[in-house]
Write a protein that binds this ligand. Structure first.
Ligand SMILES: O=c1ccn([C@H]2C[C@H](O)[C@@H](CO)O2)c(=O)[nH]1
Ligand SMILES: [Zn+2]
Length: 294
């Protein structure tokens, strides 16, 4: 088991611990539970889905990398496929606050980057901030997304974001988690191809500036992040953040990163290169390249 889970795991009910032990055994547990694993945990604990998600939240919060605040937020996004995706907030020392990933963004982008086509619910250990409510309003689940918070009755995003501003106000019809492909041909080695494929899947309807990042770990594992824009612009998740989030959720650390590639359009109105390079450097990675998509 990855050491980050030790304390949270010890605090779980005994029947949940026994059922989870084999799932968490791998230090690179992918921080998600398949529908079959969720069924096993429900059976072992007698909990319904909402109660089980609350019981698992301390493990999601243990995935946080809150190196500045030490305030660990945890979220679990439930995909329509039945898979559950953990998320934790990420803060990057030596970078800017704007590079922060919120736990809700972490869980949601985790689901999206793993190919999930939509979300049914999200469970969070704190009330989602305004930025996260806005980030959620970009999803194809719209205002019907269920939000479960400790000590409160379940509500929908509609309740938490009244009089919402969103993609519709900018006449955008393709939503986050809708299938997208921007048509760039992957070339080069596996890492380069992964970066182009990530750019192909990006959600960039406001700027038409698709981009993707691929990170290679020293053991050969590759993690990719696709750019996810937001109607209100600022809650946008940059492609590096998506990739770092997956890497961290899978039990890897920044020193494990050996090489990074950003793929973006040469003539795009928005450019990721400088911000990506600055954050990578702050994390101690100085082997990175850029592919210019045409
Ligand atoms: O909805 C929220 C609010 C805050 N945070 C994180 C961001 C930052 O890392 C820390 C302090 O705000 O908590 C979240 O993850 N979600
Ligand atoms: Zn937030």
């Amino acid at each position: 088991m990855h050491p980050r889970f030790h304390t949270a795991f010890a605090g779980l009910a005994e029947n949940l611990q026994s059922a989870l032990a084999p799932i968490l055994a791998d230090t690179h547990f992918p921080a998600l539970l398949t529908a079959a694993q969720v069924a096993t945990l429900k059976e072992a604990t007698g909990l319904d889905e909402d109660a089980l998600a609350f019981a698992l939240l301390p493990l999601a919060a243990a995935c946080a990398r809150a190196d500045l605040s030490h305030f660990n937020v945890g979220a679990i996004a439930r995909g329509i496929s039945g898979t559950w995706y953990f998320g934790g907030n990420m803060e990057f020392l030596g970078a800017t606050m704007q590079q922060t990933v919120h736990a809700e963004q972490s869980a949601i982008s985790h689901a999206w980057l793993r190919g999930e086509k939509g979300l049914s619910a999200i469970t969070v250990n704190y009330t989602p901030c305004g930025h996260c409510r806005q980030f959620m309003n970009e999803l194809n689940s719209g205002l019907e997304l269920r939000i479960n918070l400790p000590g409160r009755a379940p509500h929908t995003l509609r309740d938490y974001l009244p009089d919402a501003f969103g993609p519709k106000d900018l006449e955008i019809k393709t939503l986050l988690m809708d299938e997208q492909h921007h048509g760039f041909t992957p070339t080069g080695d596996a890492l380069a191809q992964a970066a182009v494929n990530a750019a192909n899947a990006s959600h960039s309807p406001y700027s038409q500036s698709p981009s993707g990042v691929a990170l290679e770990c020293r053991d050969g594992r590759i993690f990719t992040g696709s750019y996810a824009e937001n109607a209100a612009f600022n809650p946008t998740l940059p492609p590096l953040q998506g990739a770092l989030n997956l890497l961290s959720l899978n039990g890897y650390d920044y020193p494990d990163i050996q090489r990074a590639i950003l793929a973006e359009k040469a003539d795009a109105p928005l450019i990721q290169w400088d911000a990506t390079a600055a954050t990578l450097r702050a994390l101690g990675c100085d082997r990175f390249d850029r592919i210019l998509l045409a």
